[in-house]
Design a protein around this ligand. Sequence first.
Ligand SMILES: [Zn+2]
Length: 372
Amino acid sequence: MMNEPIATLEPLSRYFTYTAFEEHFMAAVKALPPDQYAFSFLGSSVDNQSIYGLRLGHGAFKILAWSQMHGNESTSTRAIIDLLHSKDLFQALKNISLYIIPVLNPDGLSSWSRFNSNGIDLNRDAVNLSQPESVILKEVIDFYEPDLALNLHGQRTFYGIAGSVLPAQLSFLTPAADVSKGVNASRLKSMALINNIVKTVKPQMQTAIARYDDSFNVNCWGDYCQSVGIPTLLFEAGHAGDDYARDEVKTLIISSLKSVFTNCSKDEEIEEEVTLNQYLEIPEIARNYCDILIRNAPSVKGNRDLAIMYHEQIEDSQLHFIPMLFAVNDSTIIYGHRMIDLKTDLHYSNDLEVHENMTVTSASLKIGAFIK
Ligand SMILES: [Zn+2]
């Protein structure tokens, strides 16, 4: 009998169904060396979708990573699938056991929502444990007892970098361990790892990396882990330019994860002052961007600056980006991933329209809905 040919799956795009995720994940798992992994069914979401766990490698240093706790943040999940296929994965995991929960909030993924099916933000449920998805994560933390936690997220397009014209392609945070936001051993270890990511990943494509804000909330998982002594890194996959598929950023997330794998198990002395200073030198995130910034749009009341943000909506299993008016003459929004100045743009033919439902169109400026 002839062997069935192995079907090659198209890479997952920004939005995918949970069934498509399961197909990609299972295919990637089946291709792993059998003695290097253990696969688990961890339980079910509110809408009864399966949540999976995967343990890789046999090293002594234990990392726990969870992704897509917010259902509409898929970049790190796609990075994980690619990582499972990468040839040097087990080289990078030499001294490590890596436990991955690739999608913690399958119902949020299905509805392309930050929240779970009960409308709860799972990242505000670390202490309350009111949702089955939160209970699953807590059980994994308790039985696996990780030496390091990676809390993988994606962020919206309105983040830039304080004091810079650049948008935030990546941002990182070592969450606070208590309200005083002091630096304990666990936080210092996380800072050193973030500093290493900045050193190794920033030179690639001149990546713009920012530091996320660290106000303490013990109901956030990163803060909870840090408060019980587990060094924790929050990853935020960001955005730049026209990368609405977030493929460039996906590559940067993979490099960042590999940087952590390579550096985390090193048992070297961390110099507190140097590490803290390097960490604080990473510029802070700033909410100063929008998707399209149109300067000097004429109106009866004179010229106005229009900030447009895309609303993301699932229709027919596809992710639609719909341009909506977000703010007018807002001095805090300084940059757009696309900037247009109608004073100087000669292609403008006065067809810019803001409709009653706040959607924005202009054929001459090529502003309209698109699919990714
Ligand atoms: Zn998130």
